[in-house]
Design a protein around this ligand. Sequence first.
Ligand code: HEC
Length: 221
Amino acid sequence: MALFTRFQTLRVAAGRSLSVAPRRSSLLLFIAVSLAVAVGFPPRGGGAQAQENLVARGKYLAVNVAHCIGCHSPIGAKGQRIARLEFSGVPAKNVKRRQGPPQNVGFPGPAGMRAYPKNITPDPETGIGSWTEADFLRAFKEGVNPQGKKYAYTQMEWETYRGIRDEDLRAMYAYLRTVPAVKNAVPKNIPAKAPASKKKVTKKETKTTTEQPEKKKPATE
Ligand code: HEC
């Protein structure tokens, strides 16, 4: 038959013959490729998959690398984090407490200052649920809250975190929107007290106190 003459015979190691018609093999290849596309191989980069990757990366950064979870989550008697309270900040009920781990009572600072790690869960009233991605990025880039108010110097290292790349901030924002929303109104920070005796330091005084005697040149080898 004419068709048979176009068959190629491949001899395989086992000694069996395998006949493949060129036309049929290209048809099989076409079907295989169509099927692969239909089931999503190679993996598609769009939509849901991309969001999933972003959230996973955000989790990796916020939990494993930047350790946002460490300061922003209250801890139990053994120092353990409490499931479902992660990222919810210093508990509101501890407003008067001064003794204890900073995650539970805030960080003490100079001159009676106290900074409370905030609720960064997606709760809209007490967390950062109402923050847009742009608000989040601006906080890190400029050290201001969504109302544009500058944050004071605290253990939240805005100055250091300023260098985090936008794509990493976006990932952390995406992840933080997926953690359980916790209703917890973190106490307000206590600002540093003004010193009791407001002795004015003149410019001259400042200069003399900061002036260093000329240092000797270090010995050279
Ligand atoms: C060393 C402890 C510490 C670490 C680590 C830390 N934070 Fe904070 N965070 C704080 C404290 C304290 C405040 C309160 C600052 C203030 O109110 O001025 C704060 C405030 C914030 C705020 C502002 C919330 C608001 O309501 O104004 C956001 C957002 C935030 N942190 C996110 C993060 C993220 C994201 C990370 C990880 C990249 C992180 N923090 C790591 C201690 C920490």
